[in-house]
Design a protein around this ligand. Structure first.
Ligand SMILES: CCCc1ccc(-c2ccc(S(=O)(=O)CCO)cc2)cc1[C@H]1C[C@H]1c1ccccn1
Length: 235
């Protein structure tokens, strides 16, 4: 794909996430939610009195591929179908076929001021030779943009989010064409570093995050299972 002004930034952040996704959550992370295969962990971190808790979620979803999960997460046209925490979303620039810039208005989290976000969103397939299936990922990373001016009373949040997916095929048939959805599953890791961009009562923000992240991940993954149920498998 074509080189653009953010090519180097995208490469650097993608590589950072590929390192970070391997770090285990044994020390310093609290398990804040578990629901079947979904496990949500959080570290309590404050920067200048602002809660910036990193979040890490592991989930295994039967019947879908990592490419399908990443595709529905990245594509603009599905966003408002699964995202319940947004007032609006739009693409303000396309940098290449796999990298676009979003501008989003987030629903107000009382008593905080309304947040908006502007981030590049990049989707990529990483073929790891030893594994049979490639890794698919999406990274959303805050960036300034002339078409997303910071306008009071909205507060610009700072987000660095990655969705990294592996596809597992159990009992692979001799002919890949015979693979059925009951033989595939996606193992996903979702990491979110969100700085609310201005002071929010820490207890309130921690409560919203503890409720909203599991809800959003459950809703999003269920949405992809529904949307792909009778469609050919996208590897
Ligand atoms: C005051 C700031 C609140 C707040 C704003 C925004 C976000 C947030 C940003 C980006 C992404 S995403 O995964 O990149 C999907 C893009 O649409 C998810 C969540 C999180 C919170 C924190 C509160 C947590 C939360 C988590 C999930 C959904 C909504 N809110």
């Amino acid at each position: 794909n074509g080189k653009h002004r953010l090519t180097d930034d995208v490469e650097r952040i993608v590589q950072e996430h590929l390192q970070y996704v391997r770090e285990d959550v044994s020390n310093g992370w609290d398990l804040i939610h578990q629901d079947g295969e979904m496990k949500v962990y959080r570290r309590e971190v404050e920067e200048n009195g602002i809660v910036v808790d990193p979040l890490k979620c592991f989930h295994t979803i039967k019947g879908v591929t990592g490419h399908e999960i990443c595709r529905y997460f990245w594509e603009f046209q599905y966003r408002m179908e699964w995202e319940t925490t947004l007032d609006s979303t739009k693409i303000i620039e396309a940098l290449d076929p796999d990298t676009v810039i979003f501008f989003q208005l987030h629903k107000r989290v009382w008593p905080a001021a309304q947040r908006d976000s502007c981030f590049w969103s990049h989707i990529r397939c990483i073929s790891n030779s030893d594994e049979d299936q490639p890794t698919w990922l999406v990274v959303n990373y805050t960036t300034p943009h002339p078409l997303a001016p910071i306008k009071s009373p909205q507060v610009r949040l700072v987000a660095n989010v990655a969705l990294i997916c592996e596809t597992i095929i159990s009992e692979p048939p001799l002919n890949p064409k015979d693979i059925k959805r009951e033989n595939i599953q996606c193992k996903l890791t979702y990491v979110a570093f969100v700085n609310p961009g201005g002071w929010v009562p820490s207890a309130a923000l921690r409560g919203v995050a503890k409720r909203e992240y599991p809800r959003f991940l459950k809703r999003f993954t269920s949405y992809v299972v529904e949307q792909t149920r009778n469609k050919p498998i996208l590897f």
